[in-house]
Ligand binder design. Structure first.
Ligand code: C2E
Ligand code: CA
Ligand code: CA
Length: 315
């Protein structure tokens, strides 16, 4: 068990017991948000954040209902084949008054409130629909796939595999064309249930990807316990936060393990041509990042081709 504790202090002005409880609750919420197993003391800034969040929660519900969220696609390239391997679907929210709100802010809200299920359904259907178009528009790349993120909350739906297999088939796409990315595996309370869910998705034909690998909780042993077809090496690896030598050694280790166990390794968050060169040295075949392309609308993705000459990378 990991207790999260919120404290509120009666300072003479807050004599009201109900208000004190509300404040303690807000503080407890922040304790949970701060990674659980900690104590937070209520203050005025917390109050502001809670009000702001409440507003976002309501606005997000409306935006999902009205289908106002858009989805962008970021290519994952095949460095060996010189083709696009897949496009990852990433959700975008342009708030009418507050402007663009990043998924790092609204996805956790959607997850806490359960709205992630409705949102995820739209993302899946839209991604499958775009994939059907890309397949027609890119006959030279018949293997192009689409990658969709699934959070823990989404994995808990009953009959998940049959349900989402039905969704993508409705758009003329087979589960084998869809890569499902999951993260935070060590965070899950009930590991056996998770493994069963992943296995049922696998059994339905979906390709499974372990996202943000190396970001904190992941260990190499997770790769042995969970059914995975792909591992995405977290962008913190390549962002300069680690010693270059460690990055090389660890990437090489993951790539070797991938080769031995038959899954793909994808490096994410690549921002420079030098990083791509390093990846090639360690034999990592698939890569994603701003150096190739930023997430773009589905239409732009139709015409996007991987052209390594543009990066000055030609071997
Ligand atoms: P993620 O799955 O790790 O997605 C990759 C994130 O890295 C994206 O941020 C992408 O824009 C960003 N990125 C890609 N290349 C680079 C790079 O070279 N440098 C840097 N600095 N960043 C790069 P984004 O779109 O802000 O998404 C953030 C997170 O929100 C995603 O992380 C994912 O966990 C979540 N998310 C986004 N859309 C969805 C969705 O439709 N469903 C679910 N469940 N989660 C989503
Ligand atoms: Ca992802
Ligand atoms: Ca990631």
């Amino acid at each position: 068990m990991t207790p999260s504790v919120g404290l509120a202090l009666a300072d003479g002005e807050t004599a009201d017991a109900e208000q004190l409880l509300r404040e303690a609750d807000t503080a407890m919420y922040e304790a949970k948000q701060s990674g659980k197993a900690c104590v937070r003391v209520f203050d005025a800034a917390m109050q502001r954040r809670a009000a702001e969040r409440l507003r976002l929660e309501e606005d997000l519900r409306r935006a999902i209902e009205r289908d106002e969220l858009t989805i962008q696609y970021q290519p994952i390239v095949d460095l060996e084949g010189g083709t696009v391997h897949a496009f990852e679907a990433l959700c975008r929210w342009e708030h009418a008054e507050l402007g663009p709100i990043g998924p790092d802010r609204f996805i956790p809200i959607a997850e806490d409130t359960g709205q992630i299920v409705a949102l995820g359904e739209r993302v899946l259907v839209s991604a499958a629909r775009w994939l059907a178009r890309w397949r027609r528009a890119r006959p030279e790349e018949p293997g192009v796939r689409v990658q969709v993120n699934l959070l823990r909350h989404q994995l808990a739906a009953d009959g998940l595999a049959e349900w989402i297999a039905g969704l993508v088939r409705g758009e003329g796409i087979e589960p084998a064309d869809v890569v499902l990315e999951t993260t935070e595996i060590a965070y899950v309370e009930d590991e056996d249930t998770l493994i069963r869910t992943l296995e049922s998705l696998h059994g339905a034909g979906f390709v499974l990807s372990l996202d943000d690998f190396g970001a904190g909780y992941s260990t190499l042993s997770n790769l042995k316990r969970f059914p995975v077809d792909q591992v995405k090496i977290d962008r913190s690896f390549f962002s300069g936060a680690h010693e270059q030598r460690d990055v090389l050694a660890l990437t090489r280790e993951i790539v070797t393990l991938a080769g031995n166990r038959g899954f793909d390794a994808v490096a994410e968050g690549l921002e420079s041509a030098e990083q791509v060169t390093v990846l090639r040295v360690v034999g990592c075949r698939y890569a994603q990042g701003f150096v190739f392309a930023r997430p773009m609308g589905g239409d732009a993705a139709l015409d996007w081709r991987w052209d390594e000459a543009r990066l000055g990378l030609a071997a």
